[in-house]
Design a protein around this ligand. Structure first.
Ligand SMILES: [Zn+2]
Length: 359
């Protein structure tokens, strides 16, 4: 596999890349290398392929102008995503998921993601996906799990897999996914609920019941919430009742309490749930003592990396080593990895964020 040859690295980017980072919130199906996606479509045939695909991108790729094709595709995605969260989800459904239906492609995409994560300075991560979205061409849920786990074979980064139920599904699917998580619990650390919270209200009842079942088997849960709306009081009560602490996003309103917040700044800008980075609450949340962590949500549709998120926060809010050390310690504290591994990562963080300042 070729390394990610299309990346330009300035010195400042390199500074943020070198910092060791813990990543809690990233979706595998939002994190393909754009050039891998375009290469895969070129083999299938762009004409026969994805719905709503910008044909100028296909033309550039077929003419060998790969860098230009990638740039144009990313501009297209940002325009789509800025229209609405559902347009963003549509791009995943039409352009990406059809490419993630074989064991070979799932393993390759996972392997490439781990290579790029290492380049980006990630030292521990949670990687999430919805296995049921990869069964459209006949793979079983088990085959999907095995293919993704096979993609972790060459990485030295400790990875916790997160299985996502989706809001438009039902309890029967959530039950199957919890069974799967239990079966694969040596690799799966969390059970999540993802999808459009605005379009699918009232689903916490069945999801929380399954989250409770996962918990009985030592698997905690994580939920996408406070992304587009502040949840209703009864939903917040339900989180407390079921002991659900981890929140994907958590950026709307001010009722987050002491929950762990997996904040994904660029994703919020791309989907338009926060109008501009200067209006993003992440700095206020951190300074008011909330448990903030910094994440990508994905690297393809947002065209970001975790070091890119750090640079954005440094440029916008003046965050420095102290803030970045703090958010990494918060992430490290919560990631379900063995204590020994966490101690080793803690030492890496201290060396980079504290000792380097003293020297
Ligand atoms: Zn997410």
């Amino acid at each position: 596999m070729a390394p990610n040859e299309l990346t330009d690295i300035s010195e400042r980017d390199a500074h943020f890349q070198k910092l060791p980072k813990v990543l809690l919130h990233e979706h595998l199906d939002c994190s393909l290398r754009p050039q891998t996606m375009l290469e895969m479509w070129s083999k299938i045939g762009f004409a026969a392929g994805p719905e709503n695909f910008p044909m100028d991108v296909a033309t550039e790729w077929m003419n060998g102008n790969h860098r230009e094709a990638v740039a144009r595709y990313q501009r297209f995605l940002q325009t789509e995503a800025s229209k609405s969260l559902s347009r963003y989800v549509q791009a995943i459904v039409y352009h990406i998921l059809p490419l993630m239906q074989t064991t070979e492609s799932l393993t390759r995409i996972t392997r490439e993601r781990m290579e790029d994560a290492a380049t980006d300075g990630i030292v521990a991560m949670q990687l999430r996906f919805a296995p049921q979205l990869h069964t459209h061409a006949g793979l079983t849920l088990h085959k999907v799990m095995d293919a993704i786990i096979a993609g972790l074979d060459r990485t030295s980064i400790p990875v916790v897999l997160v299985i996502c139920a989706l809001r438009h599904e039902d309890e029967e699917m959530a039950r199957k996914l919890v069974d799967l998580a239990i079966e694969y619990r040596s690799r799966v650390g969390l059970f999540d609920l993802a999808g459009d919270e605005h379009a699918n209200p009232g689903v916490l009842t069945w999801w929380a019941r399954q989250a409770a079942r996962a918990r009985e088997h030592g698997i905690e849960s994580d939920i996408h919430l406070w992304e587009t709306d502040q949840p209703k009081a009864q939903d917040i009560e339900r989180l407390v009742e079921y002991g659900i602490d981890r929140i994907g996003h958590g950026v709307q309103g001010d009722l987050q309490g002491s929950h762990l917040l997996e904040v994904c700044p660029t994703s919020n800008l791309i989907t338009g749930v926060i109008p501009s980075i200067h209006q993003h609450p992440v700095d206020r949340l951190l300074k008011s003592g909330k448990r903030v962590t910094i994440n990508t949500d994905g690297t393809l549709l947002t065209a970001t990396t975790l070091s890119g998120e750090y640079k954005l926060l440094a440029d916008t809010f003046g965050w420095g080593l102290a803030e970045f050390h703090h958010v990494n310690l918060t992430a490290l504290h919560t990631i379900p990895l063995p204590e020994q591994t966490k101690n080793e990562i803690g030492a890496l963080l201290s060396a980079a964020y504290v000792d380097s300042v003293k020297r």
